[in-house]
Design a protein around this ligand. Structure first.
Ligand code: SAM
Length: 289
């Protein structure tokens, strides 16, 4: 809200200054868009328009084609991938990304940041940059993108409406011991970076993965079939969808692009009293697992 100043000559000057400084402060802005998992095919029309019209583009996408697509849309595009360094805590990298986004906006630039997948899904720096910039009075917003989970639903034929869906980060799942419901589908993110707080350009040391397996086995039989899934990052290519018994989780290769899908073990049974209270026929209850 604008403050009122006395109507003296000096006062008017103060008012003009206050208006101008507000305008100058809000000139820089941030929009964060997602490149999807397969940048060539998943960039939305809205994201393309924002990348093209931005005065500064910052991006974090893994695939080389994605980098070319973004650089062609805007030659001012600057990769933030160099903030990742082997052995460096991921939080340090995220803080550097946030600082760079904030720096560009405060410098007065209409800034567009591109993060892979959906920019707000398992992406701390995006939400945090928006929160900090809004706190300083700048315009900052996020546009949705296609996440790995969206690709999983399409490739594996999973509809979260059918059984519901639990979605957890692998390390947090084992750490916070979230209670799992085996009648509900489960998506486990980042199993390939289990118990790691630093970045590695190579595959991670997964010697602690049995801890995740032990926790999952408290809810699921070891013979239950689960899927190690990797959406294709290139057009016209098939995803990886390896169905294995849960017990083999510690044997199969897991990469930084792996997501695990665990189907429900059995169907949920509707509560007869709730059916009656809601006046619904049994047919509206979930279909068999
Ligand atoms: C830091 S999160 C980023 C998620 C991303 N923002 C999104 O919307 O999908 C990284 C995790 O996303 C998942 N992921 C990334 N790329 C993937 C792919 N190509 N296929 C399946 N899962 C993927 C994996 O679980 C990976 O460990």
């Amino acid at each position: 809200m604008r403050r009122r100043y006395p109507a003296s000559r000096t006062g008017r000057r103060v008012l003009i200054f206050a208006r101008r400084s507000t305008l100058e402060k809000t000139k820089g802005s941030l929009v964060i868009v997602g490149s999807g998992i397969n940048t060539t095919c998943h960039l939305t029309q809205e994201a393309i328009a924002r990348i093209k019209s931005a005065e500064k583009v910052l991006y974090v996408v893994g695939d080389p084609i994605g980098k070319n697509v973004i650089s062609r849309l805007n030659p001012e595009a600057e990769s933030m991938a160099s903030f990742y360094e082997p052995g460096k805590p991921r939080m340090t990298t995220y803080e550097q990304m946030i600082a760079r986004m904030v720096e560009c906006v405060v410098a007065g630039l209409r800034t567009c940041a591109v993060f892979y997948g959906h920019p707000g899904v398992f992406a701390y720096p995006t939400h945090e940059a928006i929160r900090r910039l809004r706190g300083q009075g700048y315009q900052a917003r996020m546009l949705p993108g296609i996440s790995a989970e969206d690709c999983l639903f399409a490739d594996l034929g999973v509809d979260p409406a059918q059984h519901g869906c639990q979605s957890y980060e692998a390390t947090q799942l084992a750490l916070y011991r979230y209670k799992l419901d085996p009648t509900v589908a489960l998506v486990v993110w980042q199993p390939g970076a289990f118990a790691q707080h630093t970045y590695s350009a190579e595959e991670y040391d997964l010697s602690r993965l049995p801890e995740l397996l032990a926790y999952l086995s408290e809810f699921y039989p070891l013979e239950h079939e689960v899927c190690v899934y990797e959406a294709s990052i290139f057009p016209e290519c098939e995803p990886r969808a390896d169905w294995i018994p849960l017990r083999r989780l510690v044997e199969v290769p897991l990469t930084s692009a792996s997501t695990m899908y665990v189907p429900p073990v059995r169907r949920a049974v509707p509560d007869p009293a709730a059916l009656e209270r809601l006046g619904l026929p049994v047919a509206t209850s979930p279909r068999p697992a």
